[in-house]
Design a protein around this ligand. Structure first.
Ligand code: SF4
Ligand code: SF4
Length: 395
């Protein structure tokens, strides 16, 4: 019984669906699974009915019965098999704020005790280890040890104006650790003084939101704000678009925050980063949280076009119409097969451009697409934009 989770406006929006099916046509989960039950329109229709069964009027006079535990679980299965990519929200002609409704439905399913078991794992990992993988949080900056000529301070300074907030995936996942390793080299080349937070950094809280546990964010937020204040920093940069969005939407606005594509684009355009020629044909995948989520589309394209010799081809679905790579919404944890099926469609789109490499600006996208190309031996390189810049760094 959790109708209070939804605002009056959301309850009205849920009623406003016209069943036009536009949301189903753009849904990567539907395209990946060929299962219409994963569409926004199906979920909204079911939700509408469930909400009605919770009110006395409908139960008494229209004899609508509450769903059984089994029916609720079947509904919940469709709720968590969604990447929270926001494509349905963008396309909906009625203007239903679907992404926020999806977050609320996840909270509802947790409150109704109808959620996938993996959600408990996310909760426990964040409670106990303060990172989504359940790793020892003291090892957050261990990737620095793999840099051959890393400075003695390991990029953790007592004080700095600028903090690089690394995020869980880039800190702990070996494939993604190449991104912070490349970024610190770029900072060195441009003589940017910054600090990592090391073990004092905790998860930004984004996986909690996707898990329907958004009411448990306060501890993580307070810790990260405290850690940045302790460095006396004024500015925070993020290479992870999901961390960046979390800070935009859920953290107190006490620091200047920026995504790394905008930060590095400024360095390049002001001449502080010299780039050499690269003989490479690339396309660009707009990460959902960076593009539709944070509205950053031009900075990564400006960076790519600043590299001499590079040839750039847009994907057929680009900018706000970009198709998700399959890595969002905790989907990889909940349903790895569906995540891979969505990645397959993304890589097919990449292959159709003829590009040698797909560049993105998100470690989770790198992880999802690289896993798919490696497993299926597809000769397309997957690069974060930071890795692309490192390749082009003039000595
Ligand atoms: S957020 Fe994306 S994956 Fe989820 S229902 Fe909407 S279009 Fe489909
Ligand atoms: S696009 Fe909007 S109005 Fe159309 S079916 Fe989907 S949710 Fe309903």
């Amino acid at each position: 019984m959790a109708n209070q989770i939804y605002s009056i406006s959301q309850l009205l929006q849920i009623q406003a669906c016209t069943n036009c099916l536009a949301c189903a046509e753009v849904c990567p989960a539907v395209a990946g699974s060929l299962d219409g039950k994963l569409s926004a329109v199906y979920r909204l229709t079911k939700l509408n009915r469930i909400l009605k069964t919770r009110t006395g009027f409908w139960r008494k006079f229209c004899r609508i019965k509450e769903p059984t535990a089994e029916e609720l679980r079947a509904f919940s299965d469709t709720v968590f098999r969604c990447t929270l990519c926001g494509n349905c929200r963008l396309i909906c002609p009625v203007g239903i704020d679907l992404t926020h409704i999806w977050h609320c439905v996840r909270r509802d399913m947790v409150a109704s005790d109808a959620y996938p078991g993996k959600i408990d794992m996310i909760r426990e990992n964040l409670d106990e280890s303060h990172n989504v993988f359940g790793e020892d949080n003291e090892e957050r900056a261990e990737w620095v040890e793999d840099i051959p000529d890393a400075p003695e301070h390991g990029y953790i300074r007592d004080r700095a104006d600028l903090v690089y907030f690394t995020g869980c995936v880039a800190s702990f996942f070996p494939m993604a650790q190449q991104i912070p390793m490349a970024l610190v080299k770029i900072f060195d080349a441009a003589q940017v003084t910054f600090t990592l937070l090391g073990e004092d950094e905790q998860c930004c809280g984004f996986p909690l939101l996707g898990a329907g546990l958004g009411d448990q964010l306060d501890g993580l937020i307070a810790n990260n704000v405290r850690a940045i204040k302790a460095k006396e920093a004024k500015k925070v940069v993020f290479a992870c678009p999901s961390c960046y969005r979390m800070w935009q939407e859920h953290y107190p606005h006490e620091f200047e925050i920026t995504h790394i594509t905008e930060f590095l684009n400024e360095l390049i355009q002001s001449g502080r980063l010299a780039l050499k020629e690269l003989d490479l044909t690339v396309t660009f995948h707009d990460p959902c949280d960076l593009g539709r989520g944070a509205g950053v589309y031009d900075a990564p394209r400006d960076i790519i076009r600043s590299i001499p010799g590079i040839r750039f081809i847009e994907l057929s679905k680009n900018r706000e119409n970009s198709n998700c790579c399959g890595g969002g919404g905790n989907l990889e944890i909940i349903d790895a097969k569906l995540s891979a099926d969505i990645a397959r469609n993304k890589i097919e789109e990449v292959k159709a451009t003829g590009a040698q490499a797909v560049v993105t600006a998100c470690q989770q996208c790198v992880r999802t697409m690289t896993t798919y190309t490696r497993r299926n031996k597809i000769p397309v390189q997957v690069l974060d934009i930071v890795q692309l810049i490192q390749k082009a760094l003039a000595k």
